[in-house]
Design a binder for this molecule. Structure first.
Ligand code: GDP
Ligand code: IMO
Ligand code: MG
Length: 417
């Protein structure tokens, strides 16, 4: 008998509150594993007076009993990862980095920023961390894997050759070639710190499943940012949906257990691209203010709007969601009226699915009566009647159980239904 891995995925445009729920569930899991993305992610966890912003270290790190795996589907910046590690002094023996994960080097970030500048008003609004160029190199088969970090001299020669072969492109982008000696010493430094954590995590995943360990897979970003199923090209460069958990860790679809999809009770997006239920007026501003909607990774103000039931149905189906965790319900406290986008109007026609291009989709809303306060509620019964009605109506619209409701950033302010 081998265990099945429970999965957490974002259902909107990221920042849904995955970190809080991963941390909550990590209390009852032995391993927490990241399978996609890089340090573009920012997962916030609040424990009492302390707030942690994790970018690539799995959110299980805050549970001393949980071990943490960074899978092959991730792109890892050694420089930034090492800075993130410095917050913790108990990582030895509880952190495993895939030798097949791809290495993100400083030049990837420079290329990312140069491309964004060149796009002008068509910019994606990336985090500027180098995610697209690192995944681009992986797919073009010119990337570097973490296992190569164990041989800094060979990796240095490979990077130098790569720059020499592509000199005109780098020159056009204003990205300077690294100096051989400096690069070697940089890579040697990474090896000295990260070397002991680099391993074959595919074998590890199989071993821990066979040992019947409880495993939680931590998604990053959100379904609408998925490279295939999101609002391309305004997306990230990885497979953020549940299928990515398999390829990003070397497990098979039958290894997956319960899928929990994370969604805010409203919607936000950082960066550019379509967002049909965005509210440009006073209510959008109030959502931003009440929800402290400023990015964990870049500090950018998040665009805010109403819950989009059409995009949510798409996300539920793509991910095979068993239950939804509805986050930040408290942010809607005090609104006289709460809206839900129930369909789109595209070229004069009403549609109830996510079309090829969301750019010209106009939201069709249904309104619900608001409520005074849900903040800090820990039972469904204690919620105001109108908040219960809103949740039950959303549940019906998306055809999936809302099994978890979150009413503050704190671990304990979580309703399990
Ligand atoms: P993630 O990327 O999906 O992990 O989400 P982020 O951490 O980027 O953003 C979610 C933000 O909402 C964080 O600041 C959390 O502390 C906060 N948060 C999570 N759940 C709740 C909630 O139920 N209510 C409120 N008010 N804040 C929450
Ligand atoms: P978490 O895991 C929100 C967005 C960026 C940009 C687009 C592409 O915290 O939910 P990239 O740097 O990945 O090439 O940028 O994707 N983005 C996120 N938005 N939350 C995230 O992660 C994000 N990761 C990337 O803002 O629009
Ligand atoms: Mg985030």
């Amino acid at each position: 008998m081998s265990s099945k891995a429970d999965l957490i995925v974002g259902l909107q445009w990221g920042d849904e509150g995955k970190g809080k729920i991963v941390d909550h569930m990590a209390q009852s899991h032995d391993y927490v594993c990241r399978f996609a993305g890089g340090h573009n992610a920012g997962h916030t966890i609040v424990i009492g007076e302390d707030t942690y912003a994790l970018h690539l270290i799995p959110s299980g790190v805050l549970n001393p009993n949980a071990k943490n795996v960074v899978g092959n589907g991730v792109v890892l910046s050694p420089k930034d990862f090492i800075i993130e590690m410095e917050q913790f002094d108990n990582l030895k023996g509880r952190l495993f980095l895939s030798d097949k994960a791809h290495v993100l080097l400083p030049y990837h970030a420079l290329i990312d920023q140069a491309r964004e500048r060149m796009k002008g008003d068509k910019a994606i609004g990336t985090t500027g961390k180098g995610i697209g160029p690192a995944y681009g190199d992986k797919i073009a088969r010119v990337g570097h894997r973490l296992g190569e970090l164990l041989h800094p001299d060979k990796l240095t020669a490979k990077v130098i050759d790569f720059f020499a072969a592509n000199e005109p492109i780098f020159t056009a982008m204003g990205v300077e070639a690294p100096q051989k000696e400096a690069l070697l010493s940089e890579l040697q430094g990474y090896k000295d710190i990260l070397g002991e954590y680099i391993t074959d995590t595919t074998q590890l995943m199989w071993e821990i499943m066979d040992a019947d360990k409880k495993i939680l897979l931590e998604g990053a970003q959100g379904t609408m940012l998925d490279i295939d199923h999101g609002t391309y090209p305004y997306v990230t460069s990885s497979t953020t949906v549940s299928a990515g958990a398999c390829s990003g860790l070397g497990i098979n679809p039958k290894d997956l257990g319960k899928v929990t999809g994370i969604a805010k009770a409203y919607c936000t997006r950082v960066g550019n691209g379509p967002f049909p239920s965005e509210d440009f007026g006073a209510e959008g501003n109030l959502l931003r203010k009440n929800g402290h909607e400023f990015g964990t990774t870049t500090g950018r103000p998040r665009r805010c709007g109403w819950f989009d039931a059409v995009a949510m149905r798409h996300a539920v189906r793509v991910n095979g969601v068993d239950q939804v965790a509805l986050m930040k319900l408290d942010v809607l406290d005090g609104f006289a009226e709460v809206k839900v986008c129930v369909a789109y109007e595209v070229e004069g026609k009403e549609i109830n699915y996510v079309p090829y291009d969301l750019e010209d989709a106009k939201p069709i809303y249904k309104s619900f009566a608001g409520w005074d306060q849900t903040e800090g509620a820990r039972t469904f019964d204690s919620l105001p009647q109108t908040a219960k009605e809103y949740i039950l109506a959303v549940e019906e619209m998306i055809g999936t159980k809302i099994g978890i409701i979150s009413t503050s950033p704190e671990r304990e302010d979580t309703i399990i239904r």
